[in-house]
Write a protein that binds this ligand. Structure first.
Ligand code: ZN
Length: 188
């Protein structure tokens, strides 16, 4: 069986915690258990866990997100840490399984933009990836489009993605399935 990757996008305190700077809130917090179990499962099956988080600087007015969103995931702040149990479990997994957890910083919505993500996946001969995190219709969506264009097989489980906007979340899930042909796992 070929190796798989679990890619977690922006599951940080700023995007998920009740007092996060740009928080998805409860729908995001509800993903915690599912994400923890997916991280454990990936490591057990000898897969790769890739954690890709937004990185912003406080005074970067030229960034395209500057006029669209309040400041978030600022370099060196607590808000960039992973949310809740995901942070603890991942730190532990990383310590026990050297090389199986890779952390990358991204500067745009897509986890592929300006990062070595594609290079790492090709090098490890990984063709199938699962995308998780927030928001379904923004960073997960832009990452999904890039993954589609690069020819990866993609799985998205509704229990591991969320958004500020339930309607946009639904539209994105439908797009993943009907337009990109991804394996979308729905609840219930
Ligand atoms: Zn951002």
């Amino acid at each position: 069986m070929s190796k798989k990757a679990f890619i977690l996008v922006d599951y940080t305190i700023d995007f998920v915690a009740a007092d996060g700077k740009l928080t998805v809130g409860e729908p995001g917090q509800k993903l915690e258990k599912s994400i923890v179990s997916k991280i454990r499962e990936t490591i057990t099956k000898e897969g790769l866990v890739l954690v890709v988080n937004d990185l912003h600087n406080e005074h970067d007015n030229r960034h395209p997100e500057h006029s669209l969103f309040p400041p978030h995931n600022i370099e060196g702040t607590e808000g960039r840490k992973l949310f809740g149990e995901v942070d603890e479990v991942l730190n532990q997994m990383e310590e026990e399984n050297p090389g199986k957890v890779i952390r990358l910083d991204k500067r745009r919505y897509s986890a592929f933009c300006g990062t070595p993500l594609e290079l790492i996946l090709r090098q490890e001969n990984i063709h199938e990836i699962e995308l998780a995190g927030v928001c379904t219709d923004i960073c997960v969506f832009h990452t999904a489009v890039d993954a589609y264009n690069k020819g990866f097989q993609v799985v998205i489980d509704e229990s591991a993605v969320a958004s500020f906007n339930q309607k946009a979340h639904e539209v994105a899930l439908d797009h993943f399935k009907s337009v990109m042909g991804f394996d979308v796992k729905r609840r219930g």
